[in-house]
Design a binder for this molecule. Structure first.
Ligand code: M6R
Length: 366
């Protein structure tokens, strides 16, 4: 049921505060200072002995894997590789028995991800699933796992699945960091406390909806759009671009902001909207100078900024604010305005938001 929302996608965007809370309920124990996850606890040695973690997924789930790469490497100091399941399965990949493979899938039915899991198992890896649909094929095929508990996601464009996947993966990274001693006690506790504030901050980010609608109205007729971000927010730029492509059919590309000067900057002119994730944490000054480069070429800038920001506001055509948080958790907030932006553009263009052309909710064929 859509309740009072026009589309499942919008309902699911608004469900994120409660979905994220459901994801960490019973797992995140701030007062006790611990994270409980049976699937990880029962296999802790496998995780701690892993020389590396290989993440396999498709689409939005692959983007969640990319965010996880930054988080795992930063917090738990475990090397991570993120692979498209469809490439991994046909590449004769080098997988050892001391590798941990994490498969991420909302539906738990994606054919390519399933095939990648079977291959990794044949090669002796320990395979851990991060699925949303309980009892799905992938959740049964993996050795262990953790559900996202986001509730049913009906809209073809994945929204709450993405933020809850990141939440689960952050919990795992923090848990491993604690067990390995790669995070200090105070930093660990700070992360737990901050994670607990995220649903409230997502709620605040959603309050920009009316403003985002105005931005959408301004750019709905664009033929192309660029999305830029750095560090933890580079994968968010990819995800923002995918969201716009799949429901509005506007061509969009995501790039690491600094990569722009190696090619995409040639595309920039007064017709080109550029969405730049420029939160105050993490390479902020560098992103601001990337914004200056776009501005001097007459590009239109939509900045996703930390509330109270002034530097980007002075340069951008529009800014959309999100609350402040620690850098590793910013993707959970910066994703929200990008989801709403593509939603409103697609609605204004009269597209079928919940069931875009040529797409299916779960891709069970190659
Ligand atoms: O169910 P899965 O997470 O395995 O699905 C993977 C992709 O097919 C999926 O994320 C797809 O890219 C979405 N339509 C993106 O919004």
């Amino acid at each position: 049921e859509k309740n009072n929302f026009d589309h499942f996608m919008l309902k699911e965007i608004y469900e994120q505060p409660s979905a994220i809370t459901d994801t960490y309920r019973g797992r995140l124990q701030v007062d006790a200072g611990l994270i409980r996850m049976a699937g990880v606890d029962d296999n802790l040695e496998r995780f701690l002995n892993a020389k590396r973690i290989v993440i396999v997924a498709c689409g939005t789930s692959w983007h969640a894997g990319l965010v996880a790469e930054y988080i795992f490497e930063d917090l738990a100091r475990i090397p991570v590789e993120v692979e498209y399941a469809s490439e991994f399965r046909y590449r004769n990949p080098i997988i050892n028995s001391d590798d941990v493979v994490i498969a991420i899938s909302q539906s738990g039915e994606t054919a390519d991800t399933m095939a990648a899991i079977k291959l990794a198992k044949e090669k002796g890896a320990f395979v851990f699933g991060v699925c949303n649909v309980v009892g799905s094929s992938i959740s049964r095929e993996t050795h262990a796992g953790a559900y996202t508990h986001a509730g049913p996601e009906i809209g073809v464009a994945s929204t709450k699945a993405f933020t809850t996947q990141i939440t689960v993966l952050t919990l795992i990274a923090l848990k491993l960091a604690k067990a390995k001693g790669t995070i200090s006690n105070s930093d660990f506790h700070m992360h737990l406390r901050e994670l607990e504030t995220i649903p409230g901050k997502v709620e605040l980010a959603l309050e920009s909806n009316d403003h985002i609608k105005k931005v959408a109205d301004k750019y709905k007729d664009a033929r192309n759009c660029l999305y830029l971000g750095r560090g933890f927010n580079f994968p968010v730029a990819l995800e923002g671009a995918l969201k716009l492509k799949e429901i509005s059919y506007i061509h969009a590309e995501g790039y690491p902001a600094a990569e722009m000067k190696h090619g995409p900057i040639a595309l920039i002119d007064e017709e080109m909207p550029v969405v730049v994730i420029a939160t105050r944490k993490g390479h902020y000054e560098k992103v601001v100078s990337n914004i200056q480069e776009i501005k001097s070429r007459q590009g239109k800038i939509i900045g996703i900024v930390t509330e109270g920001d002034t530097s980007v506001r002075d340069l951008a055509d529009y800014v959309i604010e999100v609350p402040d948080t620690i850098e590793a958790l910013t993707p959970l907030l910066t994703t929200i305005p990008l989801q709403l932006l593509s939603y409103h553009i697609a609605v204004m263009l009269g597209k079928n938001v919940d069931q875009p052309r040529n797409l299916a909710k779960s891709v069970t064929v190659e």
